[in-house]
Design a protein around this ligand. Structure first.
Ligand code: CA
Length: 228
């Protein structure tokens, strides 16, 4: 078994589809149809990953995310019909790791699930592997050395800090606010253009085609994600 997944969702059809598709992949799936039931199942089953719908009959899934985050760092993927950027940012700020808009494809969901579980299995601080590869770019975390096709890449202090913030939380969507706080400090959150500028510089230095990035991805209106 690859792990246990708790699905908190009230739409029966989606529950059924998820049970089948995740079950076929080898996951053990538990389903809760309400916020309250989700709280109980999350606490008692101790799942390896939680999928949460935001529109639950007895409350907002965001509350469930906050409750779970009080005691667990389990990966949380949000499912929602809400497409507004505000609601995505709210869910991510509450502690969700990823976000899928309904309707979504099964393959897309499975890919996101695998990515989150991988992150959990090899947490950054416990990995022995200090070498991260992004295509032609090799990042040696221990030696603080970055090379692209074998040639050294020099990053400024702030570029380095931004790249490191992305690496620590790789695979996760990071909000602009979060990244700005990490790199420049809380007083800069009203200046997202710094972040845009530095992301452009990182892409220039690290991506093969900066106009079509493969690793330093933009999540429209929300922030960025380092895809590994
Ligand atoms: Ca719903």
């Amino acid at each position: 078994m690859l792990g246990t997944i708790l699905v908190v969702e009230d739409e029966e059809q989606i529950c059924k589809a998820l049970k089948v598709s995740l079950g076929d992949e080898g996951y053990m799936v538990y389903v809760a149809n309400t916020l309250r039931q989700g709280e109980v199942e999350a606490a008692t089953r101790k799942p390896d990953l939680v999928i949460v719908d935001l529109g639950l009959p007895d409350g907002d899934g965001i509350f469930l995310i906050r409750t779970i985050r009080n005691y667990s760092m389990v990966p949380i993927i949000v499912l929602s019909a809400r497409i507004s950027e505000d609601s995505k940012v709210q869910a991510l700020d509450a502690g969700a790791d990823d976000y899928l808009i309904k309707p979504f494809g099964t393959n897309e969901l499975l890919a996101r699930v695998r990515a989150q579980l991988r992150r959990r299995l090899v947490p950054f601080d416990k990995t022995d592997q200090n070498l991260i590869e992004l295509g032609d770019v090799k990042i040696d975390l221990q030696k603080q050395l970055i090379t692209k096709n074998g040639e050294a890449v020099h990053l400024t202090k702030l570029e380095n800090r931004l790249l490191f913030a992305l690496i620590v939380e790789r695979g996760k969507i990071l909000t602009q606010r979060y990244l700005i706080q990490q790199v420049w400090g809380a007083s800069y959150v009203e200046h997202p253009h710094y972040l845009r500028m530095y992301m452009a510089r990182l892409r220039q230095k690290l991506e093969s085609d900066p106009s079509d990035p493969k690793f330093l991805l933009t999540e429209n209106g929300i922030g960025y994600r380092l895809a590994i």
